[in-house]
Design a protein around this ligand. Structure first.
Ligand code: PAF
Length: 282
């Protein structure tokens, strides 16, 4: 496995694959990798000839009160994990390499879907994600790019970006990797106290109960209210519990497939999760 830190170096490493029309798969990450990321790489490995993983903590997607400076940077450990799952090239550029010395004047805004759900609490976050992902796509020029469904809204934003700008890339959403007790894997789980780590799986449990109640005929609004109540009672500070269509449009009845979204805090740690619920007419 090679590690490249410059755009030029990465191009030199990828040129032989490009000129022989090899299928290039790309997994963008911010490092501090866990099994969820490794599953994205495994998926890429199955579908592609060459697998590139980027590790770049992107400053422009962090708000002023977010944890950019303290975000864990664990390149050596990440590289060891990536080598084990068959990554070919790690691209780990500096901020200067990605953003250069000149001020960036171009912004990318993917419209309404970025101002909803997590976008409400994190203004500008998805613009920052869209810019860095567009830059990385131009640098790597992959055939396939892999993103986790855990960040469902991010995945939807990137799919929209690729569609709107005719980027010749297929975006693949990979199902959420969960711990045995159901907690969706996230770099943030490491911040949970021992006590809160035991409570955290309640998010997924409440989503699964909600799915069952929807299938039994409970209304969508009643179901969402119940999730909020269950989580608050268990000690979460609920940020939002919402339902949207798979394309992130608002929905008030369970008469089509829906996605249930939760964002809730345990102590200082904000957790998110989602569940896609299929509608079957009787
Ligand atoms: O999901 C992430 O880790 C980041 O938002 C991404 C897609 C790598 C962009 O910085």
């Amino acid at each position: 496995m090679k590690t490249e830190t410059s755009i030029q170096g990465l191009s030199a490493s990828l040129n032989p694959a490009r000129s022989t029309r090899k299928i290039i798969g790309f997994v963008p990450t911010m490092g501090n990798l866990h099994e969820g990321h490794l599953n994205l790489v495994r998926e890429a490995r199955q579908l592609c000839d060459v697998v590139v993983v980027s590790i770049f903590v992107n400053p422009i997607q962090f708000g002023p009160n977010e944890d950019f400076d303290n975000y864990p940077r664990t390149l050596e450990h990440d590289s060891n994990l990536l080598a084990e799952v068959g990554c070919d090239i790690v691209f780990a550029p500096s901020v200067e390499q990605m953003y250069g010395k000149h001020p960036r004047l171009t912004n990318i805004s993917v419209g309404e879907i970025t101002n909803d759900l997590c976008g409400l609490q994190r203004p500008g976050h998805f613009d920052g994600v869209a810019v860095v992902v567009a830059k990385l796509f131009n640098i790597v020029q992959p055939n396939y790019a892999f993103f986790g469904q855990k960040d469902y809204q991010q995945l939807a934003v990137i799919k929209q970006l690729v569609r709107d700008l005719n980027m010749p890339i297929e975006v693949i959403g990979v199902p959420i990797t969960r711990a045995e007790d159901g907690l969706a894997l996230s770099s943030r789980n490491g911040y949970l106290s021992v006590e809160n780590r035991q409570i955290a799986p309640m998010i997924y449990k409440s989503l699964k109960i909600a799915e069952q109640h929807l299938h039994e005929g409970q209304s969508l609004s009643e179901t969402l209210t119940q999730i909020r109540a269950d989580l608050s009672r268990t000690g979460f500070e609920v940020d939002y519990v919402e339902a949207r269509t798979p394309m992130l449009q608002k929905v008030d009845q369970f008469n089509q497939d829906v996605v249930l979204f939760v964002a809730a805090k345990l102590g200082k740690t904000r957790l998110i999760d989602n569940l896609q619920v299929k509608y079957t007419s009787t």
